[in-house]
Design a protein around this ligand. Structure first.
Ligand code: FES
Length: 137
């Protein structure tokens, strides 16, 4: 797997997303309260551009007239037929054992860590302050 630097953390504020193209694939990167998740931009139901859907939470009801809202911003609703996917796992909320959107490993690394390599030449002090979102595809 190759690593790709796709953005700085400042490019994707909490609650926001960014669509990137890596290795010919469209991938959506989501910032959920400071945690980053990456899923493929193809709905496993009928192929809609899933990452353009609404970011929602979970509404549950234990009895008529009573409901609880939780997991704000952790579910992605497909714009075509409304299936919802868990951004943490990629699983469909309705059919978690059968339907899943492709998810990708993603890390946030400092600029200093990104430039470290195995072979070293004469070095000079350089300050790289930003943090970068790095995806493995
Ligand atoms: S294409 Fe996504 S729910 Fe149908």
């Amino acid at each position: 797997m190759a690593r790709h630097v796709v953005a700085t953390v400042d490019d994707i504020p909490p609650g926001q997303r960014m669509l990137v193209k890596v290795g010919g694939r469209e991938i959506g990167i989501f910032n959920v309260g400071g945690e980053y998740f990456a899923v493929g931009n193809r709905c496993p139901h009928e192929g809609a551009s899933l990452c353009k859907g609404r970011i929602v939470g979970l509404v549950e009801s234990s009895e008529p007239g009573s409901y609880q809202f939780s997991r704000r911003g952790e579910l992605l609703r497909c714009p075509w037929h409304g299936w919802e996917f868990d951004l943490r796992t990629g699983k469909s909320w309705c059919e978690p054992d059968r339907t899943k959107v492709r998810s990708f490993d993603l890390k946030v690394e400092s600029g200093g860590a990104l430039v470290e390599g195995e072979l070293q030449a004469e070095t000079f002090p350089v300050v790289i302050e930003k943090q970068y979102v790095v995806i493995e595809v």
